[in-house]
Design a protein around this ligand. Structure first.
Ligand code: KG4
Ligand code: ZN
Length: 352
């Protein structure tokens, strides 16, 4: 079984080809960084147009890379939400057109589910597992019971964790996206120089908040920058911020592990997914937590943590195997919570 996956929900136009035997036949990712860099963030209209400009050529490139023909495809999957709606429409429309012409099923994929299921592609883990989703738009802890079956344990009440990385990087005059920039410079810095807050820690729940941390960084930077920030200052802020994020993620995940164990006494797998889990400090800290708690941490390789088409193709495989295909009139969803019963905050990082 071969599935084509299309990802266009943010600023990457990405195509993946994956088999049910967990073979990655193609992984093509075109980042629109240069188009968005002057604005310091992703501009939805520019993103949608760029997806449209590139998608056809990228699909062809992926097919060439895999050395297969369209007649070899068993289904076409695309991110149908959550995400920037213009881009999602470009991806789903393309996928539907290919599926219609080939007479194969179309699979509408939830982008967050695709992040969560990537660990089943890379490490063939079983359900149930606990998953931390840490992306540019989300920060959530969920129990994954099965494909399409998630229990929300906690979510951010304000900013997503990746968004916090991006905003702090901007304050420091670093590039976009901020996460990799902070990670790059933090090793030069002193993580103990700034005692930034660890929001929500000490509470018995699994929710997150990053706006207070962001504000604390803003104040620290303002207090420093009578003159231009020097390299040492930037590195110290980056290191101190990254340490605070690590502490928050670890403490919140520890509570989630307790809840997970109450519901599934024998389950032992903690999955970390989403762009922020490409971060080596985050990976190390979560690994230490897992060791302390007798859990196994599974994190996909960094290139499959950030947005890619392989994860969409794999989610397509998982759904196709269960007969979960979709009609061609499936509407793109800017918001699409993984747990329909979950209680989410109203902010931008809420139920999308
Ligand atoms: O999962 P992703 O690629 O896209 C979304 O679904 O949002 O996540 C993007 C986010 C951005 O905020 C980016 O700054 C962050 O992930 N990110 C990182 C790293 N690489 C990407 N954050 C921290 N360290 C990294 N190495
Ligand atoms: Zn993503």
């Amino acid at each position: 079984m071969i599935v084509l996956g299309i990802e266009t929900s943010c600023d990457e136009t990405a195509i993946g080809l994956v088999t049910h035997k967990r073979e990655i036949l193609a992984n093509v990712v075109l980042s629109q960084l240069e188009e968005h860099r002057p604005f310091g963030g992703v501009v939805p209209e520019i993103a949608a147009r760029a997806h449209l400009d590139h998608i056809e050529g990228l699909v062809r490139r992926a097919m060439d890379e895999a050395g297969i023909g369209f007649e070899d495809l068993d289904a076409v999957a695309a991110t149908a939400g959550p995400g920037l709606i213009g881009g999602v429409m470009v991806g789903t429309t393309t996928a539907k057109a290919i599926a219609l012409v080939l007479g194969v099923p179309f699979v509408a994929v939830n982008h967050l589910e695709a992040h969560a299921l990537t660990a089943r592609l890379t490490d063939s883990i079983d359900f149930p597992f606990l998953v931390l989703l840490a992306t540019g738009g989300h920060c959530q802890l969920l129990i994954a019971d099965d494909v399409g079956a998630y229990q929300l344990l906690g979510t951010t009440l304000d900013d997503a964790v990746g968004e916090a990385f991006d905003k702090v990087a901007k304050m420091l005059g670093l590039g976009f996206p901020g996460g990799p920039e902070i990670e790059r410079i933090a090793p030069d810095g002193d993580a103990a120089r700034f005692a930034f807050p660890r929001p929500m820690t000490g509470r018995p729940d699994c929710d997150f908040s990053f706006s207070g941390l962001k504000t604390a960084v803003r104040h620290a930077v303002a207090a420093l920058s009578d003159a231009d920030l020097g390299h040492a200052d930037v590195a110290d802020v980056a290191a101190s911020f990254q340490a605070a994020v690590g502490d928050v993620l670890v403490e919140r995940c520890a509570n989630a592990i307790d809840l997970f164990r109450e519901r599934h006494a024998d389950a032992r797998t903690l999955v970390a997914a989403g762009g922020v889990t490409a971060n080596r400090t985050v990976r190390r800290r979560l690994g230490e937590l897992a060791d302390r708690r007798g859990m196994r941490l599974v994190v996909p390789p960094p290139g499959l943590c950030t947005d890619n088409g392989v994860m969409i193709a794999w989610a397509g495989v998982e759904r196709l195997q269960r007969g979960l295909t979709d009609e061609l009139d499936f509407k793109a969803r800017p918001r699409w919570p993984l747990d329909q019963r979950g209680v989410y905050a109203n902010g931008a990082a809420g139920p999308t």
